[in-house]
Design a protein around this ligand. Structure first.
Ligand SMILES: Cc1ncc(COP(=O)(O)O)c(C=O)c1O
Length: 393
C-alpha cells in the first residue's frame, strides 16, 4: 500500500500542512486574537469599486472574458503603469491573472528549464521559490541582512551569478521586510541584469505604498530593460482588493503570447466582475489609495514606537505594510516565539522562515489592524516577552 509520501510527485517538497495553516487553526480556537499575520488589509475595498463589481454582475458580467483580460482593463493597466514612471505597454502585452501570485507560477513554468537558476532575495516572498521548484529549477538565495536594512545591491546579485543564472526576482517594496530598494541601486542592478543577460521579474505590487521620501523605480522603463523585464503587479494591496483576485503581468512582445497561453490553460480568464471592479479602481478617483497609505503609515509609526520601547530591533519599514523585527533577544527562536505569543497573548504574527529567512530570528507583523489594536498587541507582546525573559533568568 502506497503511503501519501510515495503517492505525491517528487516535485512536491512540502508534504505537511503549512505553518500558516497550523497557526490559523490555533487562532480559530482562541478568543479576541489580534491578527497581524496575513498580508490582507483589514480595510474594505472602496465603495465605488465594490459598486462597479456589483453593477457588472447585474449587467451580465458572468462569463469568460478575453483570455488576456478585458481590453478596457488592460488599457487602464497600461495607463496606470506609465503614469507611475513605468514602461509603455501595449494592451496585448499585458495579461490579467487571478492574482499576482498565480502570475509567478505562469512565468516560472514558461521561462525556467530544469537546472536553470533563479536568483531570489532572501528573505523574500516565498511563492517565487515554490514556483521555481515546480518548474524543476534551482533557487539561488541572495542573503540580505538587517545591517543594510535588507537592501539588495548590484554587488550581491553579481556575486551569485553562474552560467546557469536565468532570472532575477526583484521585490520592491519587499515583503516581508518593507525595504524599498533605492532608485540608484535599481539602476545598478539593472546594469548587472543586462551584463549577464538575465530576465528580471520586477514585483511592484506594493509600489504605491511607500513612506517618507522613498520611491520605487520601475525596472522595465530603464534603458535596455523593457525586452528583458516582466513587470508583475496587481490590485490586492493598493486598493484593498485581495478577495477579488486581480493581478497582472506585462512583458516584451516576444514572450507574452506563450505566457498568455499557459495562463489560459490554467485559468481560462479572470473573473469578469472582478475585472470590471478593477477598471473602476484604476480609472476612478485615486484619493482612496492615498488615504489607505496614510492609515498604514500611522500604524507603522505606532508599531515601531512600541518595538523601540520593548528593545526589539526592526528593519526600517520604507514601503508595503509590514514590520520585520528581530526577536532573537527572547532566546527561544522566532517560530517558537510566534506560537507562544499566539497561545499566551492572542497575537498572530508569522516567523521569517515562512519568507525563506535563513535565520529563525525574525517575525513579520502586518499593519492590518487599527492603531488601538496595534497598541494592544504591543502591550500583550510585552507581557509574553517578559514571561519568556523571566524564565531564562
Ligand atoms: C510581494 C508580493 N507579490 C505578489 C503578491 C500576490 O498578491 P495577489 O495574488 O493577491 O495579487 C503578494 C501577496 O502577498 C506579495 O506580497
Amino acid at each position: 500500500m502506497m503511503n501519501a509520501t510515495t503517492r505525491l510527485a517528487d516535485r512536491v517538497k512540502l508534504k505537511d500542512a503549512h505553518l500558516i495553516t497550523r497557526m490559523t487553526d490555533i487562532a480559530e480556537g482562541l478568543a479576541d486574537v489580534i491578527k497581524l499575520g496575513r498580508g490582507d488589509p483589514d480595510l474594505d475595498t472602496p465603495a465605488h469599486i465594490i459598486k462597479a463589481g456589483q453593477d457588472a454582475l447585474g449587467n451580465g458580467a458572468t462569463h469568460y472574458t478575453h483570455p488576456l483580460g478585458l481590453p478596457a482593463l488592460r488599457q487602464a493597466i497600461a495607463a496606470n503603469i506609465s503614469a507611475y514612471g513605468g514602461a509603455t505597454y501595449a494592451p496585448e502585452n499585458i495579461v490579467v491573472t487571478p492574482g499576482g501570485q498565480h502570475a509567478m507560477f505562469i512565468i516560472a513554468l514558461a521561462l525556467l528549464n530544469p537546472g536553470d537558476e533563479i536568483l531570489v532575495p532572501c528573505p523574500g516572498y516565498n511563492p517565487y521559490h515554490q514556483a521555481a521548484e515546480m518548474a524543476g529549477a534551482e533557487t539561488v538565495h541572495i542573503r540580505m541582512t538587517m545591517e543594510t536594512n535588507f537592501t539588495l545591491t548590484a554587488e550581491m546579485v553579481e556575486a551569485h551569478i553562474t552560467p546557469r543564472s536565468k532570472i532575477l526576482v526583484l521585490i520592491n517594496p519587499s515583503n516581508p521586510t518593507g525595504t524599498v530598494t533605492p532608485p540608484s541601486e535599481v539602476r545598478r542592478i539593472a546594469e548587472v541584469a543586462r551584463k549577464h543577460d538575465l530576465i528580471v521579474i520586477s514585483d511592484e505590487i506594493y509600489a504605491r505604498l511607500t513612506y517618507g521620501n522613498n520611491t520605487v523605480q520601475p525596472v522595465a522603463s530603464l534603458p535596455g530593460m523593457f525586452e528583458r523585464t516582466i513587470t508583475l503587479s496587481g490590485l490586492s494591496k493598493a486598493y484593498a482588493m485581495t478577495g477579488w483576485r486581480i493581478g497582472y503581468f506585462a512583458g516584451p512582445p516576444d514572450l507574452i503570447p506563450a505566457l498568455a497561453e499557459i495562463n489560459h490553460a490554467f485559468a481560462i480568464s479572470t473573473a469578469a466582475a472582478s475585472q470590471h471592479a478593477a477598471i473602476a479602481a484604476l480609472t476612478g478617483p485615486q484619493d482612496c489609495v492615498e488615504e489607505m497609505r496614510q492609515i498604514y503609515d500611522a500604524r507603522r509609526i505606532a508599531l515601531c514606537a512600541g518595538l523601540t520601547e520593548m528593545g526589539i530591533p526592526y528593519a526600517e519599514p520604507q514601503g508595503a505594510f509590514y514590520v520585520y523585527a528581530n526577536v532573537a533577544s527572547t532566546g527561544i527562536g522566532a517560530t517558537a516565539f510566534c506560537e507562544r505569543l499566539l497561545r499566551e497573548g492572542q497575537v498572530l504574527m508569522y516567523p521569517g522562515g515562512i519568507y525563506g529567512d535563513y535565520t529563525d530570528d525574525f517575525v513579520r507583523m502586518s499593519l492590518t489592524q487599527p492603531v488601538e489594536r496595534i497598541r494592544e498587541a504591543i502591550t500583550r507582546m510585552k507581557t509574553v516577552v517578559a514571561a519568556i525573559r523571566a524564565e531564562a533568568a
